[in-house]
Design a protein around this ligand. Structure first.
Ligand code: ADP
Length: 187
């Protein structure tokens, strides 16, 4: 079964790759960052709650994020698998995701770890800031997001390694080459 996570630092290319991999595997790509940004744009209650955290590069509180993910994983299109991008992002969210899936007798099958070095990450994010104008892509916030990743998200990797389900993939190089590497790692 394809119940997959993609984990990696900001700028590693998770979102780009998640869309391609999900298309290939015919499963939905679920990006918590995208869901938040859509809600901010549409000025929903959820968007209003999340905005200040996102703009400062901090995690949105678990109480908000967990409910959002639980609701998304209750939708019909995830019946045959999914690729989660951006969740879980801290240890409490790992436990929450385990609980959400356990309620359905399910579990995460594979974790893709996308790696790249810090200088490359900052360069990519600054470039994206210029192109897409994301409000959380200025240098100060970028450095803070990398720090939050190191402190809160990177420790998750050890948890999933204990389960023997982590596949590490080099995120450097052409987008299509990275996609190939990921598909190979999954096969
Ligand atoms: P990045 O490319 O930096 O990894 P994302 O698009 O995944 O960015 O997320 C952007 C922002 O959305 C994060 O910095 C955070 O504020 C918020 N966010 C996304 N996913 C989560 C989550 N699982 N828990 C808390 N906050 C989240």
């Amino acid at each position: 079964m394809n119940r997959l996570l993609i984990i990696g630092p900001p700028g590693a290319g998770k979102g780009t790759q998640a869309v391609k991999i999900a298309e290939e595997l015919k499963i939905p790509a679920i990006s918590t960052g995208d869901i938040f940004r859509k809600n901010i744009k549409e000025e929903t209650e959820l968007g209003k709650e999340a905005k200040s955290y996102i703009d400062s590069g901090n995690l949105v509180p678990d109480s908000v994020t967990n409910n959002m993910v639980r609701a998304r994983l209750d939708e019909a299109d995830v019946a045959h698998g999914f690729l989660l991008d951006g969740y879980p992002r801290n240890i409490a969210q790992v436990h929450e995701l385990d609980a959400i899936l356990a309620d359905k007798n399910q579990q995460i099958d594979r974790v893709l770890l996308l790696v790249a070095d810090n200088d490359e990450l900052v360069a990519r994010l600054l470039n994206r800031a210029a192109e897409q104008g994301r409000t959380d892509d200025n240098e100060e916030v970028i450095r803070h997001r990398l720090k939050v990743y190191e402190e809160e998200t990177a420790p998750l990797i050890a948890k999933y390694r204990e389960r023997g389900i982590v596949k590490e993939v080099d995120g450097l190089g052409e987008i299509a080459d990275v996609t190939e590497r990921i598909l190979k790692a999954l096969s």
